[in-house]
Design a protein around this ligand. Structure first.
Ligand SMILES: C[S@@+](CC[C@H](N)C(=O)[O-])C[C@H]1O[C@@H](n2cnc3c(N)ncnc32)[C@H](O)[C@@H]1O
Length: 498
């Protein structure tokens, strides 16, 4: 039954999204571990679990994984440390069905469909290890995140430990720090990465939270120490910290101050190759803002010159993958013969294997319409694939088809195909540009890493090709919100590298 939550989204909102994710997944993806594997997490939590063993033992104690998905983290902790029982909970009835079947013969494991913000069937102060891996990340907005944390704090045993694994958002550290202060908890933060995030390495946060952590001594961890220092000084995981004053002003919210807002329009914060980021552009990356062509161009320049990540440990690059500037998209839509000749030559369109074209529904040539989607040209299959977070009949469909027709008649021939792919859906009116960025990065990374695009291939039927299914799983509304923080951090990092 759908349950309304006072300040946040209702249960149905999350359930329908995650049921769709799991329903569209193959078996392999249902066993997916988000964020980090047990082998990486184990050494981090080991001293804390040994502390539990010393104080209350494990044999009669219980573990709870909230938003367990298909993860095996809980089971591995149960087995390794011989806990008495494991409760796996998730909102999605689809994944609960699969996970329940997996553990049907193990009396120690219980699997329950539940919203992590309300767990009335779990007694207070009863759980030795509470696990959240990617669930706090999946919740939208602070109200829902705080409800989840309150419930975790309620069920946690006084000698227990709460392990939370999340994307490396500085906001997450702040939220958890505030919650710990308010609820009398202590927290230790670990940064997990193969190298410094400031040099492009993908990172995750592991938070260890308990009433009293004083008796546990952690092994030294230089990466975590330097990342936490940097975040404390600069507010960013990526910035060098040379100019702390400048960074503080970047984070100032001047949105109520009209005169500052007007002045800020002229305030160039960063020039990165062909892109310029104004102070007002940086604000657009914050949640709730529609991305303009400056922001899209900056991300595309970053993909071209630094590379795409989307699950890789280091940035991936391929010179035959082209990210078209939004201004050139307008020429592809409205240009004359001469414009096309110039574009074909200057963008070297004939040699490109994959081309990303951000499409806008503006009709005046200024990229200031109301919607963005992305059209991808795949040379090997001579096809154009349209990814649109508003669905297949959105406001940019006409523009995408004009670009397709123009390029077919001038370059790729009339046998080129137009494919409407199933894209992850935005759940508000402003995130379309962020979806263009996330989808472009995901598709480019799959192409560079696996040398293939798997949309509508012969083995797939209907709308959900393998690439689309993988994208639906990865590019969720919460993930897109996290990406905004990542881009703010990238811009800030580059400003401070100057
Ligand atoms: C990013 S996945 C992480 C899954 C798993 N913990 C892992 O690490 O592989 C987020 C999970 O949270 C679940 N979820 C989302 N909203 C939830 C809610 N309100 N209550 C409980 N689970 C939720 C989803 O169904 C999904 O399985």
């Amino acid at each position: 039954m759908s349950q309304a939550h006072p300040a946040g989204k209702n249960t149905t909102y999350y359930r329908s999204h995650w049921d769709e994710v799991y329903l569209n997944n193959t078996r392999g993806e249902r066993e997916q571990e988000w964020h980090l594997a047990y082998a990486v997490i184990k050494p981090l939590i080991d001293p804390y679990v040994h502390n539990i063993i010393a104080v209350i033992g494990t044999k009669k104690q219980c573990i709870v994984d909230i938003g367990c998905g298909g993860s095996s983290l809980g089971v591995k902790i149960l087995q390794d440390y011989e806990f008495g029982s494991l409760l796996l909970t998730d909102l999605s009835v689809e994944i609960v069905r699969v996970v329940r079947a997996r553990h049907v013969h193990d009396a120690r494991v219980n699997v329950v469909a539940a919203d992590c913000r309300t767990l009335p069937f779990v007694p207070s102060d009863s759980v030795a290890v509470v696990i959240d891996k990617g669930t706090l990340d999946a919740l939208v907005g602070d109200a829902d995140k705080k409800s989840m944390l309150t419930e975790c704090g309620r069920i946690l045993h006084e000698h227990g430990v709460f392990v939370s694994v999340s994307f490396p958002a500085v906001e997450r550290v702040k939220l958890l720090e505030q919650w710990c202060v308010a609820s009398g908890m202590e927290m230790r933060t670990k940064v997990v990465a193969y190298g410094d995030p400031a040099e492009g390495h993908q990172a995750m946060f592991v938070f260890i939270i308990a009433k009293d952590l004083s008796s546990v001594v952690d092994p030294p961890d230089e990466l975590t120490r330097s990342c936490l220092n940097r975040m404390a000084k600069t507010g960013s995981l990526f910035a060098s910290g040379d100019d702390v004053g400048g960074m503080e002003s970047l984070f100032q919210d001047n949105s109520d101050d009209e005169s500052l807002e007007v002045n800020s329009e002229d305030d160039v914060l960063l020039t990165f190759h062909d892109s310029t980021i104004y102070r007002s552009d940086l604000r657009l990356f914050r949640d709730g803002q529609w991305l303009n062509d400056h922001a899209i161009l900056f991300c595309y320049e970053y993909f071209h010159f630094v590379g795409v990540m989307a699950g890789s440990e280091t940035p991936l690059k391929n010179d035959n993958v082209l990210f078209v500037h939004p201004a050139n998209t307008m020429l592809l839509q409205y240009g004359d013969e001469e414009d096309f000749e110039n574009l074909i030559r200057s963008l070297e369109l004939k040699k490109r294997e994959l081309i990303f074209i951000p499409v806008n529904n503006d009709t005046g040539g200024m990229c200031d319409g109301s919607h963005w989607s992305v059209l991808v040209y795949e040379a090997q299959k001579n096809r154009f694939i349209s990814f649109d977070s508003m669905g297949k009949n959105s406001a940019t469909k006409g523009a995408a088809i004009s670009i397709f027709k123009n390029l077919c008649s001038r370059l790729y021939g009339h046998q080129a195909e137009f494919v409407d792919a199933c894209a992850p859906k935005q759940t508000n009116g402003y995130d379309c540009g962020m979806y263009v960025i996330c989808i472009s990065e995901f598709v480019a990374a799959s192409f560079i890493r696996d040398q293939a695009l798997l949309v509508h291939d012969k083995e797939d039927t209907g709308c959900h090709g393998k690439l689309e299914r993988a994208m639906l799983t990865s590019i969720t509304p919460a993930f897109v919100t996290e990406c905004r923080t990542r881009w703010v951090n990238i811009v800030n990092g580059l400003i401070h590298k100057k």
